[in-house]
Write a protein that binds this ligand. Structure first.
Ligand code: AVI
Length: 326
């Protein structure tokens, strides 16, 4: 079954909110746009390409974490019988499928609740799993994170195991990330589990390369935000006049991405009827990808009211799936 809690039915509201955010972000100094708007159909396709890049180690590292430890993970998940496996930001569930396979092999008793803002992704995943696991009960939920969490607290009565994989937490500011983990905790009960995928601090060169591939896929992903504004808000951004620029701050553990205006220019947006001025080399901040040490991530979990059960690592100790219990 597919449960759609998005506001898509009233597309005008979505577009108005997008226009408002963009207008505010381009009017302030320094300029900023939120990375949550990266993921339209085009952006989601580009992100799939990023995940297959040799430089983008994150996806492969987490895949390897799960491959190495899935037997132990599944035993921990199913230790107390039936549970709902909730997958926040599931996307194509590439990594979760390893767990589903293991759960099926070990004949564990569970149902699967993937959640994502992309309705297309949830429909595809539902169909796909129906083929592979006709017996598995899948309830795909199309929703933003918080709406999804509220829904699961109201509708799922049994024990829950919540997955938040792929370093998705990294795209929140440190404070917001902490708040979000707290929110997750508040929607769970004693006995529930939480598996958090964390990209760990490592050689800055390795991190930088992952967000600056020579083939320009990451650049296209970043620039798609401007194309999306052109398409949906009637903008007239000249994509040739902006460049992707990425840098890593090893003290703060944050990867930062920008779009830099290559010349002085004005951009017009139909949705607001306003013009936005750019000085030559003025930058728009578009994304943060935070990296954590194991200690920082454990402390965040503790502060949110979780207890760390164990940290599953890849062979290079570059990525962790950290298992917390309530
Ligand atoms: C989705 N998120 C975890 C990705 C990241 O690594 O921050 C998005 C991304 N941005 C550039 N490359 C990938």
């Amino acid at each position: 079954t597919l449960i759609d809690l998005s506001r898509k039915n009233d597309g005008s509201q979505d577009r108005a909110a997008f226009a408002k955010d963009v207008a505010a972000g381009l009017s302030q100094s320094p300029k900023r746009l939120s990375s949550r708007y990266f993921y339209d159909a085009n952006g989601s396709r580009l992100f799939q390409q990023i995940m297959a890049l040799p430089e983008y180690y994150l996806t492969r590292a987490e895949f390897s974490v799960i491959q190495r430890h899935r037997s132990a993970m599944v035993s921990a998940f199913a230790a107390a019988g039936f549970f709902h496996l909730v997958d926040l930001g599931a996307g194509d569930a590439m990594k979760t499928k390893l767990l589903l396979e293991e759960l099926a092999n070990q004949k564990k008793n569970f149902d699967y609740v993937p959640m994502d803002i992309s309705g297309a992704a949830m429909r595809e995943l539902g169909d796909d799993l129906q083929q592979t696991y006709p017996e598995l009960h899948v309830q795909a939920v199309v929703a933003e994170y918080i709406t999804g969490l509220k829904w699961l607290k109201q509708h799922l009565t049994e024990r829950k195991v919540v997955l938040f994989l792929g370093s998705n937490l990294g795209n929140f500011e440190r404070e917001e990330g902490m708040d979000f983990v707290r929110q997750i905790r508040q929607h769970l009960q004693p006995g529930d589990l939480f598996l958090l995928g964390v990209d760990l601090a490592k050689d800055p060169e390795t991190i930088l390369a992952a967000y600056n591939d020579p083939g320009g896929v990451t650049a296209a992903f970043n620039l798609n935000l401007l194309s999306r504004i052109n398409r949906e808000l009637g903008g007239n951004f000249d994509l040739e006049a902006f460049s992707h620029f990425a840098l890593y701050d090893p003290q703060l553990g944050v990867m930062k991405s920008y779009l830099v205006s290559r010349r002085e220019q004005e951009v017009y947006m139909e949705a607001t009827g306003a013009r936005y001025a750019f000085a030559a080399w003025e930058a728009i901040h578009t994304e943060n990808s935070h990296k954590y040490t194991l200690q920082q991530a454990a402390e965040m979990g503790n502060k949110a009211g979780f207890k760390l059960v164990t940290s599953y690592l890849d062979e290079n100790s570059g990525f962790a799936d950290m298992l917390f219990e309530v």
